[in-house]
Design a protein around this ligand. Structure first.
Ligand SMILES: Nc1nc2c(ncn2[C@@H]2O[C@H](COP(=O)(O)OP(=O)(O)OP(=O)(O)O)[C@@H](O)[C@H]2O)c(=O)[nH]1
Ligand SMILES: [Mg+2]
Length: 460
């Protein structure tokens, strides 16, 4: 494991809670001198004599001046988050008090932590592997039940365990091949090729399942983007407001009301959907601003994971609907068709479309058919992704490395099938192991690590 840290002897300090006024704030100190620094500021008792994992209430003061009454928690390394001695000072939630405490720590030799440095130290001290460390960032960023669940699973090493098994299989495999190489002069075959095949197959299945899970992982982490598209006055903004349950967008009977796109989030069955209300698309506009808006609508439609196409049932005709569907199919776009203003539709109007295409009759204004629209959005996107009960890959870096693992496995398999020399097969196995190690961080360069941890917030 990589063991390089710029200032290993440093003691770092940072506010671990969000900046600003709150009921309490927590300041974290980690490093060789954490206990010494805290002790100098804490007059009530000698903190260096206390048991690990204990908490102490008392006055924190600096150069004779009281700063705040605080709760100090002690964690002696290696049984701490970073693996070093860690002190957490719980103070009152005034930014002024927090600043004074941080400054007092700095005067006694600590320095401000870089973003993610606490977790980086935890990684470098072997407390977490890289996938677990990255899961810490994901957990902090989680905003739905699903993203919380996957991040927690990965912090507990869910993904690492699968990778470890894969690695062990390949190492066993590699050992046999290397052994064969050592005795190549004697033309012996130690490795049982049938067993090899079975191991390879199982490794390939695992890798492919992980790769497939990324589709779900991506949706869990980044949500689904939905472009609400339609002609002017179809009711796009009304539908956005109804889905959000608030008057977010301006609605009017004037065609061309929405000019700029509006984006808002809703949670459907634990997944975030990003709704994008757009300018109504029409061919004959002469208004320069509206034309820019229409251009934007088309762009959003292209980028979106799914298009929610809304039309006025009283103005649509079957031929147009057929044409529309063709367009979506041609561009391979997922879509949901909503026939709006069904509240003022004449009898039989809605039914007439059913022979053409499945549409969802709704009334955005009267909140009718809205649950069906939500279900349709979910089913057409998340619903089509195979649900994995196992580990879900949510990280693009992991996905990239897994693709390389998969490619190496294919190369190994081809090598074995075509009777390629064992030393060449051994090379492919090593390449495969290399990519697995890259995911867990057993092999990484410093730039990659700095990049990963710099995405954390300070204090984590
Ligand atoms: N009767 C009825 N009227 C509706 C319904 N939905 C929207 N409207 C009306 O249709 C008009 C246009 O609604 P908007 O939501 O502004 O339409 P839009 O598609 O956003 O229009 P642009 O922004 O101009 O492209 C408004 O007067 C709404 O009140 C509905 O379900 N039933
Ligand atoms: Mg609008």
């Amino acid at each position: 494991m990589l063991q390089k840290i710029s200032n290993w002897d440093d003691t770092i300090v940072a506010l671990a809670t969000p900046p600003g006024v709150g009921a309490i704030g927590v300041i974290r100190v980690s490093g060789k001198n954490a206990f010494g620094i805290a002790n100098e500021l804490f007059a009530s008792k000698d903190l260096t004599n206390q048991k690990s994992h204990s908490i102490h209430v008392g006055m924190l003061s600096d150069e004779g001046l009281n700063i705040d009454e605080v709760v100090v928690s002690l964690f002696k390394g290696p049984k701490s988050y970073t693996g070093e001695d860690v002190i957490e000072i719980g103070c009152h939630g005034s930014p002024y008090i927090q600043q004074q405490i941080i400054e007092a720590c700095i005067r006694r030799g600590a320095r401000i932590a870089k973003p993610g440095e606490f977790t980086q130290r935890a990684f470098l001290n072997g407390k977490l592997d890289l996938t677990q460390a990255e899961a810490v960032a994901d957990l902090i960023a989680s905003n739905t039940a699903a993203s919380q669940k996957t991040a927690l699973h990965n912090i507990r090493g869910g993904f690492s365990i699968v990778l470890k098994e894969l690695r062990e299989q390949l190492i066993g495999f590699s050992a046999l091949i290397e052994l064969e190489l050592d005795f190549s002069e004697e033309d012996v075959e130690f490795a049982d090729r049938a067993k090899f095949d079975a191991i390879l197959q199982s490794a390939q299945i695992t890798t492919q399942q992980l790769l497939e899970s990324f589709q779900l992982g991506n949706v869990i982490k980044n949500g689904v983007s939905v472009a609400i598209i339609g002609k002017p006055n179809a009711g796009k903004s009304t539908l956005l407001n109804t889905l959000l349950n608030e008057n977010r967008a301006i609605v009017s009977e004037i065609a061309g009301t929405t000019r700029d796109t509006i984006e808002e989030l809703i949670n459907i069955k634990g997944i975030l959907f990003r709704l994008i209300d757009t300018a109504g698309i029409r061919q004959d506009s002469k208004d320069v601003i509206e034309l820019v808006g229409i251009e934007k609508s088309l762009e959003k439609m292209k980028e979106a994971d799914v298009v929610l196409y809304i039309f006025d049932v009283n103005e649509m005709n079957s031929a147009e609907l057929v044409e529309l569907e063709k367009e979506f199919k041609k561009s391979n776009k997922k879509y949901v068709l909503a026939g709006n203003k069904s509240d003022i539709a004449a009898d039989g109007v809605v039914e007439k479309y059913d022979s053409v295409k499945k549409i969802f009759p709704i009334s955005a204004k009267n909140k009718m058919g809205i649950e069906q629209i939500k279900d349709a959005l979910f089913d057409s996107t998340v619903g089509e992704i195979p649900v994995s009960e196992n580990v879900v890959v949510t990280n693009a870096r992991h996905y990239g490395a897994l693709q390389q693992v998969n490619q190496s496995l294919t190369d190994i398999k081809q090598g074995l099938d075509s009777g390629r020399a064992s030393d060449l097969v051994a090379l492919d196995i090593r390449r495969c192991l290399h990519y697995i190690s890259e995911i867990t961080g057993d092999i990484s360069n410093e730039d990659v690590l700095d990049f990963i941890f710099s995405k954390f917030c300070i204090g984590k």
